[in-house]
Structure formats: C-alpha cells, structure tokens
Write a protein that binds this ligand. Structure first.
Ligand SMILES: *[C@@H]1O[C@H](CO)[C@@H](O)[C@H](O)[C@H]1NC(C)=O
Ligand SMILES: *[C@@H]1O[C@H](CO)[C@@H](O)[C@H](O)[C@H]1NC(C)=O
Ligand SMILES: *[C@@H]1O[C@H](CO)[C@@H](O)[C@H](O)[C@H]1NC(C)=O
Ligand SMILES: *[C@@H]1O[C@H](CO)[C@@H](O)[C@H](O)[C@H]1NC(C)=O
Ligand SMILES: *[C@@H]1O[C@H](CO)[C@@H](O)[C@H](O)[C@H]1NC(C)=O
Ligand SMILES: *[C@@H]1O[C@H](CO)[C@@H](O)[C@H](O)[C@H]1NC(C)=O
Ligand SMILES: *[C@@H]1O[C@H](CO)[C@@H](O)[C@H](O)[C@H]1NC(C)=O
Length: 788
C-alpha cells in the first residue's frame, strides 16, 4: 500500500503546478509576479485575447508594463502604466494585498504602483474585454485599468466627466505627448494640443458641441464605447451623440479608439479570424483633416514649428520641412524644423541680400498664424520683392492680390488644396558643398510635400520614375495608336485650350478639373482633368485604363474624348456639361422636380448597370458613386463621371486594401472587412444616393438643433413606421405620389443592406425602379451584424 500512497503523492506533486496554471488563466492571486525580460509568459485573459505584462520597447532594453492584444502579431498596446519611466530589464511587478500592483526596478526602487487605499486586494483579473481589475475577497472592484485610460479606449469602456486620454510622444515612445482628449464639465468632448512643460491646454481642434446650457438634457456626461462597437457621447436626456456613422460587429472584430501620437483620434477594427497579413483599418478619424483643424494662436500646429503638414492617404498628418530647413531632431519627424542657414538681419545684409537669397515657391502652402504685415492690394512680383528687401521676412504668401509677410518661427504650416495662394520661402542662395547635399535632400522633401504623401511612397515614386526614364530611353517615345475614338493630345494643346489651366471647375479625389474650349466634332467645350495621384502606377496601366474608359459609350456616362500622357502629365479630356453636378441641384436652392428626380435615379441606375455588366467582360467598379460625381447635361440626363479611375489608384481591387476608396457616408461596410470588394459596393453607394435624391438631403445632415441625422437610419425607421412622407412635406409632388415614394425608399434600403449578398444587382434595381418587378419589404439594413 505504501507504494500506492507514494505514487499518489508523486502524481500530486507533478500535477500541482499544472492545476495551478489552469486555475490562474485570467485570475491571479496576491503574490503573483512577473519579471521584465524574464521570459515568463504574460497574464492572459480567459479567451487569450488580451495579456498583461511587460512589453519590450522597440530596439531598447526597456519594458513597458502594459495590456496588449495577444492574438494580433503586432501585439498592439491598449493600456500602459509607466510610459514616462519605462522599466529596465530585470524589473518586477508584483500583486500585493496593500497597494495592488507595485513595480520595482532591479535595485528594488518603486517605479510605479496602483496605490490602492480602499481595501485589501485578493486577486487580479485579466478580463476578456482588455480590462485589468484588482478585486477584494468578495469580488469588489478596488482598481481597474479602464478607470485609468492612457491613449486607447476599448469596447465596454467609458469615460466620465473630467476623464482624459493622452497621446504618446511618438509611435514608439510612450511618454506623455502633445495632445489630449477630455470630457469637460459642460458636456463637450474636446481634442486639444498641450504645452508639454506646463500641460496647459491650447485651443481645441475638435469640439463635439454636446453642451447645452439652457437644457441640460442635451448635454453630454459620458463617453461610451459600447460592446457593439458604437462610440458615442451619452447625453443626460438619454440620447447618444455618435462620433461615427459606421459600426462594425464586435463579434468579428477587435476594436479600439486611440488618440494617436499625431493628435488624430481614430476608431479602428481588426478582423478576429484573420488570414494572412492584415492590419487595423480605420473606421473614422476626428478631425477629418488635422492639418487645417489645428488653428490656434499658440503652439506649433499639427507638426513642429517651420514644418508643413499634409494629410496622407490614411488621414494622418505627414510633416516635412520646407527646402532650406531641416529637422531639429532627425528622429522626430513631427518635430520642429530649423533654417539651414541664417538669412536674418545680421551683418551688412542690405548690400548682400539680393545676391545671397533666393525664394522657393510652394503652391497651396500657408502658415496662417505667423503674419506680421499685410500688403493689399499687391501684385505677385511686389510681394516677392517686399519680402526680399525685408530682412525680417521669412516667407511671403501671395493670394488674390494680397500679400502676407511672415516671420520665424512659422506655425500651423499646412499644405492643402483649400489653402490657395503661393508661398515664397526665403532661402540662402550660394551653398557650399555640404549645403548642396542638403539642398538635394530638400528637393526630395519638397517633392514629397507636393505629393502630399509619405516619404516612402515618394521613394517608390522616384524609383519608378527612374525606371520609367530608362524605359523611355530604350524604347523611344512613340505615340500609341488608338483604336477607339479617343484622341491623344499634347500637353501644349491642352494648355492652350484651357488658357494655361486658368478656369478651375472643381477638385476631386483624382485631381483638379479645368474648363477649356476646343472644337471636336459637335463638341466645343471640354473639361480637362489633371490626375495627380497615379504615383503607384506605371505607364502601361494608364493607357490600358484610358482605352477601357474610351470604349464606354452610354447616355448616362460622361464621354471621354481624349487624354494626354506626356512626361509626368496625365490628363483626361471629357465633354463639358454646363449644368453642374447632381449635388449642386439636390442640395442647392431650387430643387429639381419629383418626376425629374425619378428619371435621374433611373438614369444613374442604367449607367451603373452598363458599367457593371454591359460594357466589357470584366465589370468596371466605380467605387465612389455620390451626387458630386454625377453630372447633368443640358437635356437633364444624369451622367456618371470619374468611372474607371479607381483602378488606376488601386492596381488590384480585390487585394490591396490599405486605403479605403470612396467618401464618408457612401462607403459600403465591406471596405472595413476582409470580404472582397465587388460591384455591390456601387449598389450600396447608389442606395445612399437614391435616398438623397428622394429627400434632397445629404446622407448625413445636421438638423436645425445641431443633431446629426443619418438618412439611412431615418429612412428605415420611417419605412417601418409608415411615416415616410414626413421628410418630403414641403414637396407637393412627392407627397401626392406616395406609392412611388415608398417604392424608391424600399429599393434604397435593399441597396444599403450591410450584407453585400442581400443587395440586389443593378439589373434588379433598374427593374424595380421601372416597376417591372415587385419590391419586397426590405429587412433591417444592419441585420448582418446585430441580432434584431
Ligand atoms: C503612488 O504613490 C507614490 C508614493 O506616494 C507616488 O510617488 C506615485 O506617483 C503614486 N503613483 C500613482 C500612479 O499615482
Ligand atoms: C469589497 O469591495 C466592495 C466594493 O468596494 C465592498 O462593498 C466590500 O465590502 C468589500 N469586501 C471586503 C471583504 O472587503
Ligand atoms: C521619449 O521622449 C522623451 C522626450 O523627447 C525623452 O525624454 C525620452 O527619453 C524618450 N523615451 C524613450 C524610451 O526613448
Ligand atoms: C430639453 O431637451 C429635451 C431633448 O431634446 C426635450 O425633450 C425637452 O423638451 C427639452 N426641455 C426643455 C425645457 O426645453
Ligand atoms: C500594420 O500597420 C503598422 C503601422 O502602420 C505597420 O507598422 C505594420 O507593419 C503593419 N502590419 C502589416 C502586417 O501590414
Ligand atoms: C484659422 O484662423 C484664421 C484666423 O483666426 C481664420 O481666418 C481661418 O478661417 C481659420 N481657419 C480654419 C480652417 O478654421
Ligand atoms: C504652382 O501652380 C502653378 C499653376 O497653378 C504651376 O504653374 C506651378 O508649376 C506650380 N508650382 C509648383 C512648385 O508646383
């Protein structure tokens, strides 16, 4: 028998450690400890989604006590404790009864502590929502990481009045950064830059406007990230003010909202069951353009002083120093720029000024808060000369007959199409050899500023351009023969036709459109579109696409007449349509009649059907259907423009999805998921557009009381309740045509189904529009993700 007992004991001692491990998944008793760099596994939540422990900082022997997403390869950090004072290797964190978590460096000095004073800790719990909780013996919560947020906010977490999120210093430096998000006493959610020394808040660059001093039930009091992925400000009256109109299902996606180190507050999703390489996709950013949103009198702006901010394709700021300036700290791209050489007032500058300084010209660039003098009226040459002869002047901006002179340091620098005007940046002329190297670098930087893209894209661009030049030399620049009736124009011809690109018709995702005169057949007025973002595409793709577009011919499409492909100039020439866009009509003063609107809706549907099914073997996906991209001809036909271009910017529509193509409010949800992009994205955008046509209202509009309304939600609710007519009350024809009104809304709701497979094809849509087939009652567009 003694043998049996011994055996039993042995078994027990072997099993004990295992049973101990099994019990501690998600639940850790007082006394448990972790060592930085010790190789021990972190404390996991029961599902294994989140982990608590030490994470090594990139390229450093330093560790951050943090919570991260364990199943994501990048181990995205969602909470951290000692950002300003990372732990050296060998540091230890221990769960104590008196103070909760205490972390000490290898010499035993305390680095950080949860400093509990409200009870005795019994154990810590790593929960499946990413919250690390310290509990007492009766599971009362004594401390939780959700109450001490850092830069990230997770579903089921909420922020009360007075709550703050801080950005980190840079992507990899977790010290407190330059931006913060706060929920104020008055109910407003704010984003603002801060002074790093005193933590003084500068002017806000985002205000939620959820404060109402007259009626407190309209004031916010809590920022909520609910389990379903909705991010909203809860008002005292019980309503929610949603920060984004898009939600993705929490069951399938990890989600987070982060105040990024560059000041952009963004919500992200990441598929839980991902295959292969994937990444966090952006659901929304606030503000939409941080470069122009930060506009306070104090502080440097989104980038450092003397820097220029431009928005990259992820709606994040890219910062670059203008030519003649370079980074003060070469590791901090978002930091300050300093002049490479003084061009100030020292020495006998008067005699040498004109010889020794020069100007760099930058379009659409401004530092709006650095003016010290304004000359008006002024001419461009005068403006330049005035700055040249003024040793205090660092930059002059010439804009519509006014000239602003600016002094250093320049703040709030931005490169944006809305800026308009020309900047003359003063630089020293004769550089010695090392200076020449610098100015070569500056040219590249200036170029990347102009392209408004990251240095990396710019590098790719340069490389491509280099190969392109080599190819040209090898092949000789021959004119391609055109088998469609698309003309090939020289750049000179188009410059002449547009009077040197004088009259701008508009600006879109692809570039600027200019008006021109040219007699081609029966057409005398043309619209010339200069494509400016085709950096990733070679010569061949452009011509292939032009030919695909050129072959299309349909009454509801804008006709391509020709193109120009010369050096880096890529232009498309269309017939000019004088009546403007559908958006101008719908949202302008005099709305088109009800019957004309119905006809236009069918026209757009016919045009899309042609693109999807009729013009070639492979469907052409438009990717950006919206009233701004529908033009109206003089017979009041709706005509789709900009088709065939999305491919030029995406190369491979089904695989590369680093950028979401399309416009907020019209984008189908699958852009945020890992499902293939098909023609159904256009059906979705068509549905949104159809609702806008029916109601002459934008898909997201602000009511007179400041409330944001989502047309889709509104339409579905009123369709269910049978109150469809309310929004068209001032439209007699629509009111008297309830049957058609109901049909159109039902069709639209079918089109905006979250599940692409539920959406009808454009052929079916057209049949329903024309009354050929019945329109069944549509389901809730969100039934795909929610279970209601
Ligand atoms: C905890 O208390 C110590 C000593 O009073 C203090 O130095 C430290 O800043 C506190 N930690 C936190 C996170 O408040
Ligand atoms: C545990 O904490 C809860 C809430 O703080 C408290 O109500 C309860 O009395 C505590 N229990 C013990 C045993 O301390
Ligand atoms: C983070 O940046 C701050 C401020 O520039 C610096 O003092 C600190 O040493 C940096 N931390 C790390 C870990 O590099
Ligand atoms: C305050 O606002 C709520 C919600 O908008 C509204 O229901 C209520 O009637 C308002 N109260 C007053 C006194 O205006
Ligand atoms: C995801 O994005 C981050 C930041 O942009 C980048 O560092 C990382 O390499 C990306 N990962 C993948 C798999 O693309
Ligand atoms: C920035 O501030 C200037 C002057 O205060 C103002 O004229 C301009 O409209 C502001 N720009 C934006 C985008 O708010
Ligand atoms: C600025 O724009 C003008 C015309 O709008 C153009 O001729 C000039 O080349 C542009 N300058 C730069 C530096 O791109």
């Amino acid at each position: 028998m003694s043998f049996a007992i011994f055996h039993h004991l042995l078994l027990l001692t072997i099993l004990l450690p295992f049973s101990f491990v099994a019990q501690t998944v998600g639940n850790f008793p007082v006394g448990a400890a972790l060592t930085a760099g010790g190789g021990a596994s972190p404390w996991l939540s029961p599902s294994g989604d989140f982990a608590f422990g030490f994470q090594q900082l990139e390229n450093k022997d330093l560790f951050l006590l943090s919570v991260w997403c364990e199943k994501i390869p990048e181990k995205t950090i969602v909470w951290y404790a000692n950002g300003d004072n990372p732990a050296p290797s060998g540091s230890k964190v221990e769960l104590t009864a008196d103070h909760g978590l205490v972390s000490r460096n290898p010499t035993g000095e305390q680095i950080w502590s949860s400093n509990i004073t409200n009870g005795q800790v019994s154990h810590g719990v790593m929960e499946d929502n990413g919250n690390f909780v310290l509990q007492n013996g009766s599971h009362g919560v004594l401390w939780q990481s959700f109450d001490h947020p850092t830069d990230t906010f997770l579903p089921t977490q909420s922020l009360e009045i007075g709550g703050v999120l801080f950005s980190r210093r840079t992507e990899t430096n977790f010290s407190q950064g330059r931006f913060q998000l706060r929920l104020l006493e008055d109910g407003n959610l704010l984003l603002n830059p801060i002074n790093l020394e005193t933590k003084l808040a500068y002017d806000a660059y985002y205000v939620s406007r959820t404060s109402d001093t007259r009626n407190s039930s309209n004031s916010g009091y809590r920022l909520v990230f609910d389990a379903a992925g909705g991010l909203y400000i809860l008002k005292r009256g019980g309503d929610g003010f949603f920060l984004s109109t898009v939600t993705v299902p929490s069951s399938d996606f990890y989600q987070r909202a982060t105040l990024n180190f560059d000041g952009v507050f963004a919500q992200y999703s990441y598929p839980k069951r991902s295959t292969g390489s994937t990444n966090w996709s952006t659901i929304f950013t606030q503000p939409e353009n941080i470069c122009t949103a930060i506009n306070g009198t104090l502080g440097s702006g989104a980038c450092g002083y003397n820097s220029i901010c431009s928005l990259n394709d992820k709606q994040r700021p890219a910062c670059t120093c203008p030519q003649g300036f370079s980074l003060l700290d070469s590791n901090d791209e978002h930091g300050n720029c300093k002049p490479d050489s003084e061009v100030g007032c020292e020495g006998d500058w008067l005699s040498s000024m004109e010889d020794s300084v020069d100007f760099v010209e930058l379009n659409n660039t401004d530092w709006p808060k650095s003016d010290y003098e304004l000359l008006r009226p002024s001419r461009e040459e005068e403006c330049r000369n005035s700055c040249l002869h003024d040793c205090l002047c660092a930059v002059a901006i010439f804009r519509r007959s006014s000239c602003s002179k600016k002094k250093l340091p320049l703040s709030n620098g931005r490169l944006d199409r809305s800026v308009d005007g020309k900047a003359f940046v003063k630089i020293k002329k004769y550089n010695s050899l090392p200076g020449e190297r610098k100015s070569w670098r500056a040219v590249i930087i200036a170029e990347s500023v102009l392209l408004g893209s990251s240095v990396f894209i710019n590098f790719v661009f340069c490389l491509r351009f280099f190969f392109y030049l080599r190819k040209l030399r090898k092949n000789g620049q021959g004119r391609i023969s055109v088998e469609t009736n698309v003309h090939c124009f020289t750049y000179k011809e188009l410059a002449r036709a547009t009077n040197d690109f004088k009259q701008e018709l508009g600006r879109g995702a692809f570039g600027v459109v200019y008006k021109g005169e040219m007699q081609i057949g029966s057409i005398s007025a043309i619209a010339v579109k200069e494509l400016n973002d085709l950096v990733q595409n070679g010569e061949k793709e452009f011509k292939t696409e032009v030919h695909v577009i050129g072959r299309t011919q349909h009454k509801n499409l804008v006709q391509l007449i020709g193109f120009c492909d010369e050096g880096h100039h890529r232009l498309l020439v269309y017939e000019y349509l004088s009546k403007g866009t559908l958006a101008q009509m719908l949202f302008g003063k005099s709305k088109p009649s009800w019957s004309l609107r119905i006809e236009m809706a069918s026209g757009i549907a016919r045009g899309l059907l042609y693109l999807h099914e009729e013009c070639s073997n492979t469907p052409i996906i438009h990717c950006d259907i919206k009233p701004q991209n529908i033009l109206i001809d003089d017979k009041c036909n709706a005509r789709i423009s900009d088709f065939g271009l999305s491919k030029l910017l995406m190369m491979d529509q089904s695989h590369t999805r680093t950028t979401i193509r399309g416009t907020r409010g019209y984008i189908a949800p699958e852009w945020f998921m890992r499902t293939p992009i098909t023609v159904k994205v256009d059906v979705y955008s068509f549905g949104v557009t159809l609702l806008e046509i029916v109601y002459c209202r934008r898909s997201v509009y602000t009511e007179t009381d400041g409330e944001e309304m989502i047309l889709i939600d509104w339409a579905y609710d009123s369709c269910r309740e049978g109150t469809l007519h309310i929004l068209v009350e001032d439209d007699v024809d629509a009111m008297n045509d309830r049957e058609n009104l109901e049909r159109l809304v039902k069709i639209a709701i079918w089109c905006v189904q979250e599940d692409p497979s539920l959406r009808p094809t454009m052929r079916k849509v057209l049949q329903m529009l024309e009354g050929v087939v019945e329109v069944p009652i549509p389901p809730n567009p969100y039934s795909f993700s929610a279970d209601c």
